[in-house]
Design a protein around this ligand. Sequence first.
Ligand code: FES
Length: 110
Amino acid sequence: MPASEAAPQWQRVGLLNEIPRMGAKTLTHPGGRVAVFRTADDQVFALDDACPHRGGPLSQGIVSGCRVYCPLHDWCIELQSGEAVAPDEGQTGTLATRVDGDVVFVALPI
Ligand code: FES
């Protein structure tokens, strides 16, 4: 089976309350660093922790609605798609998330 069809490896991130509201928690894996965001209304999204502009740490950005503003040059990134909001262009990788009860998981690439 090709790797892209393999079942995801669900990694426990922690309790929902351990992720700051309108903030992020990071975790590191062999492929890089992931930022797991929690919105004001407790939606959870995971992105590669690297802005599509110049790799800024999105986990340190400001979350507004379902977007995050990069702390370096203020690009705005959609949490759902990882796409930069126009007029900026680019996309950062996204990862699936799952919340079981109050425990958050992220699907890491195998
Ligand atoms: S590195 Fe994110 S806006 Fe420049």
